[in-house]
Structures are given as structure tokens and as C-alpha cells.
Design a protein around this ligand. Structure first.
Ligand SMILES: [Zn+2]
Length: 403
């Protein structure tokens, strides 16, 4: 028994799998603009049929972003966010198309099946179920779906649009994949990229070593200080992932560059780490060398257990219980568009099917969770539309700048 949504979705499983197959077999690598636009077109017709109206945000470098919106008669607006780009270049779908591996657990494979074409199909079918069963939520709620095309390169052009849409919304649902155990995502580390440049003085390493000031040596000491900052218990990690310095071994290096990755759970720990970066850059590890630091936290932290997020998780869990599922939410280290919106509207992530090995040829989803997730999402939207709890937005808590 249960909600009529569930029976309708159970009967559509084969059709949903065919839809997923078609989307996976259309490449949509971030840098292949035409391919990405073709994928967006494949979604346009089903969305029009559901009564969604489009706004297109034309792009030069990436595929166009789209906002699809179906207005409801009630006051609530749910913003769903999905990226349609993948990390796989044109030709990947031809080389290893969508496939189903049957076994103890049936899995589907193919480029982007998990990240995040599965999540797109689950949400599409959740919407269809709400429409077909003439759900009250379908009538009352305004449902908006932002499809962006540059998430895999950190959403440089879509970020401001997504934030603006979140500002107009009651809540935000991101359709990134579920974690490997089916968990929803209730927080994500912030991620920053920094560049450290050290300048020294070149000299002949044999004839006049005393004249030289080695940028490589100075950098080596700075790297030791940077890596020593990693605090696994706190979850703040620093990784100097790339170093370039010097030209030849018989020349004292006059320049050395490093790229640094910073991850942190809270804005406070990110700010502390940034301050320490500046100290390390300024510290004269070797007299006669200078250093310059650039970069910032381009993905702000989404700290675990934000009140708005937890209220949404409770609704997801209530939906899951109706299906006999004990759903959990966990924080994760990697970023998503959720990092950019939780401050503006309560946000929850991980609405996509369960699976693992994203960004690799081993990527798969647990195929039965494609419809299972659609059921949870559809029922979540119903419960969300009915819920009366008004969640205080994080931005309302912080003092407003005076004008
Ligand atoms: Zn993704």
C-alpha cells in the first residue's frame, strides 16, 4: 500500500531506466558545449509536458544554463539544483555506453550515471508522479529546477544565478548522488585553492653559491609549515599538490610556485587557516627571498547540522519510513552547489541514486535506487509542502550590514 505515488512509480521503472540510458549515452563533458546543449534539449520536452516554463541563460564557454519553473498557487517555492555536465570528454559514451550489470545487486554503469544523470532522472520521475496523481503539492508548490553546465569546474558562471534563485526560494534540494550507503548529504567541507609564489636570487651553484637565494629552499620550509597545519580531528586539511621551481640543478633557483588545497568544515576554521597561510608566506624562512600568496575559499563551507538542513532531513526521513527505509544524512568532504546556497535558504543534498566511484570508469548506481529515490523525493515534496515549520534562514541570524 502506501502513497499512490509509490504504485505509479513502481510501474514506471523500465521507462525511467530507458530515460537514464538515453541521457548517459549523450555525452555532456563540461568543455563540450554543443554536447551539453544537446543534453539540455533532451530534458526540455518532458519538462514542457509537465507545465514547466524555461528561462535560458546563454553561455559562451559552457553549455547554456536553464531555469525551469512551474508555478503553484501556494506561498512555497522549492529550488532543485542539478548539473548536467560530466567530467567525461566527447566520445566516452560511445566507448563505454550505458550498461546494466545483473547480479546479486543490479547496477547500471556509464559516464555520468551516478554524477549526476541518475539524480536528474529520479527527480524528473518524482515530478511526473506528483503531476499524474494530482498531488496537492503539485498544485500548491512552486517548483523550480536549475540545470547548470559548469559544476564540474566549480560553477564559475552558474553560481550567481543559483544563489539568486535560492534567495527567492523556501528551500533547496540538490540532486547530487547519495553517498555509498544511500545517505543524504547534510554538510560539505569548504574548499579553497591558493597559489604561493616565492622569489629568490639566481646564482652559479658552483662558483658563487653565497650570492644566490634559493626560492626552492625557502619554499621547502614553507611546505613543511603548511602541511603541518593539517588537523584530521578538526577536519582541516592542507595539501600542497603541485610545486614548480628552478631551471637546472647547477643554478640556485630564483623562483618557486606551489598550489595549495585547503578543506575545512566551518567558516571559522577556514579563516584561521587562511590567516596562518599569510603568516607562513610572510615569514622570512630564508633571508633575501620574498613570497606572495593569492587565492581564496571558492567553495564556502556548509557546516554539518545546520538547523534548516536538519529540518529538511527530518522530512526526507519521514518519507523514507513510509517506504520502510531508515534514511540517514551525513556530511562529506567534497563540494557541490549546496555549498553556495545553504546560507540563503535551507538546503539538503544527495537526492540522487546510491552508488560510488564518481569521476571514474568504475562509476555505477544501484539500479533499484533510481525509482526508490524518485519515491522518496516525491513524498518529500508532499511533506515539505504541508510542513508548517518556518525555518529561520542563516542569513537572518547574522547582523545585516547597515546601508
Ligand atoms: Zn556532481
Amino acid at each position: 500500500m502506501g502513497s499512490p505515488l509509490f504504485a505509479w512509480l513502481d510501474a514506471r521503472e523500465a521507462e525511467a531506466v530507458r530515460t537514464l540510458e538515453a541521457l548517459v549515452n549523450q555525452d555532456s563533458g563540461t568543455y563540450d558545449r554543443d554536447e551539453v546543449n544537446r543534453l539540455a534539449e533532451m530534458l526540455a520536452e518532458p519538462l514542457r509536458q509537465l507545465g514547466f516554463e524555461p528561462t535560458r541563460f546563454p553561455q559562451e564557454k559552457y553549455g547554456d544554463h536553464w531555469l525551469w519553473e512551474k508555478r503553484g498557487t501556494g506561498p512555497k517555492r522549492l529550488l532543485c539544483v542539478s548539473h548536467i555536465d560530466t567530467v567525461f570528454a566527447k566520445g566516452t559514451a560511445k566507448a563505454r555506453p550505458f550498461s546494466i550489470i545483473r547480479g546479486e545487486r543490479t547496477r547500471a554503469m556509464g559516464p555520468g550515471v551516478l554524477d549526476m544523470k541518475g539524480g536528474i532522472v529520479s527527480l524528473l520521475y518524482a515530478f511526473r508522479a506528483l503531476q499524474t496523481t494530482e498531488s496537492r503539492a503539485w498544485r500548491e508548490a512552486t517548483l523550480a529546477w536549475f540545470l547548470n553546465t559548469d559544476e564540474e569546474v566549480l560553477s564559475p558562471t552558474s553560481r550567481p544565478h543559483i544563489r539568486a534563485e535560492a534567495e527567492r526560494s523556501t528551500s533547496v534540494a540538490v540532486t547530487e548522488p547519495a553517498r555509498v550507503g544511500g545517505e543524504y548529504v547534510i554538510g560539505r567541507k569548504g574548499a579553497g585553492k591558493y597559489f604561493l609564489e616565492v622569489l629568490g636570487k639566481a646564482a652559479h651553484a658552483g662558483n658563487q653559491p653565497e650570492v644566490g637565494r634559493s626560492a626552492v629552499w625557502a619554499m621547502a620550509q614553507k611546505i613543511c609549515a603548511l602541511h603541518a597545519m593539517t588537523d584530521l580531528a578538526e577536519g582541516t586539511t592542507v595539501n600542497v599538490g603541485l610545486v614548480r621551481g628552478g631551471e637546472r640543478s647547477n643554478v640556485v633557483a630564483d623562483r618557486c610556485d606551489a598550489e595549495i588545497d585547503l578543506r575545512a568544515w566551518t567558516p571559522e576554521s577556514a579563516a584561521r587557516a587562511e590567516a596562518r597561510f599569510r603568516e607562513i608566506a610572510a615569514h622570512p624562512h630564508l633571508e633575501g627571498t620574498t613570497a606572495r600568496l593569492r587565492g581564496d575559499m571558492n567553495f564556502p563551507p556548509w557546516p554539518p547540522e545546520d538547523r534548516g538542513t536538519m529540518a529538511l532531513l527530518a522530512l526526507v526521513q519521514a518519507a523514507g519510513r513510509e517506504l520502510g527505509l531508515a534514511l540517514r544524512g551525513i556530511p562529506t568532504g567534497g563540494g557541490s552547489d549546496g555549498n553556495h546556497v545553504w546560507q540563503v535558504a535551507p538546503t539538503i543534498d544527495g537526492f540522487g541514486p546510491q552508488g560510488t566511484f564518481a569521476h571514474s570508469p568504475d562509476e555505477y548506481i544501484e539500479l533499484p535506487t533510481l525509482i526508490e529515490r524518485a519515491k522518496v523525493t516525491a513524498r518529500f515534496i508532499e511533506l515539505w509542502e504541508l510542513s508548517t515549520e518556518r525555518v529561520e534562514r542563516p542569513r537572518d541570524r547574522s547582523p545585516r550590514p547597515s546601508r
